[in-house]
Design a protein around this ligand. Sequence first.
Ligand SMILES: NC(=O)c1ccc[n+]([C@@H]2O[C@H](COP(=O)([O-])OP(=O)(O)OC[C@H]3O[C@@H](n4cnc5c(N)ncnc54)[C@H](OP(=O)(O)O)[C@@H]3O)[C@@H](O)[C@H]2O)c1
Length: 173
Amino acid sequence: MKSIKVTLIAALTADGYIGQNDAHLSTRWTSREDGAFFAKVSKEIGQMVLGSKTFATFNRKLSDRKMYVYSSRVGVENPHGNEIEVVSEEPASLVARLAEEGVEELLICGGTSVYTMFLQAGVIDRLLLTYEPVIFGDGVRLFNAPVDVNVRLTKVYDLSDQTKVHEYEVIHE
Ligand SMILES: NC(=O)c1ccc[n+]([C@@H]2O[C@H](COP(=O)([O-])OP(=O)(O)OC[C@H]3O[C@@H](n4cnc5c(N)ncnc54)[C@H](OP(=O)(O)O)[C@@H]3O)[C@@H](O)[C@H]2O)c1
């Protein structure tokens, strides 16, 4: 079977939230440095997976990237003309299908329901978590259901003196 490397990318507040509510656009509270980091990683990988709610928060076209948008609806509004495919299959099925189609890497871009579904399915190999100096106190967490996964911190990137990325490798048992 062909292999595919799957990376989860997210920006977190200092208290572990990824948004204040399900319509919260991340770029309203994340740093410019994190925006540049996300653009670089997503362009390098080229294939993004995201839920329809996160997709709806995007307010512009993201060029040079294909997006697999999870939705139960046949048609997802695509006002900025992004390159999308609407999907609803199990994470392992999607990863296997794309591997067969020659995709080598996949970037899981949220939101919480998609992050949780992919981590629970055991298909995530790496996490890139940006910590921003912001506190929400309440809101949307990185994961929205119990998960039991061991990870190993492999690298810390300094995007600035305030913003750090922790790179974790998932330990597959
Ligand atoms: N800080 C960050 O890095 C970051 C990144 C991304 C998102 N976020 C935040 O995450 C929040 C949104 O998260 P969310 O979990 O509410 O929304 P989401 O994961 O973006 O989208 C949820 C939608 O995905 C579709 N979906 C999920 N599982 C599916 C399945 N198995 N089959 C078919 N469709 C499926 C459904 O779409 P339909 O309703 O169309 O059927 C569902 O309503 C926002 O606050 C956003 O800002 C933060």
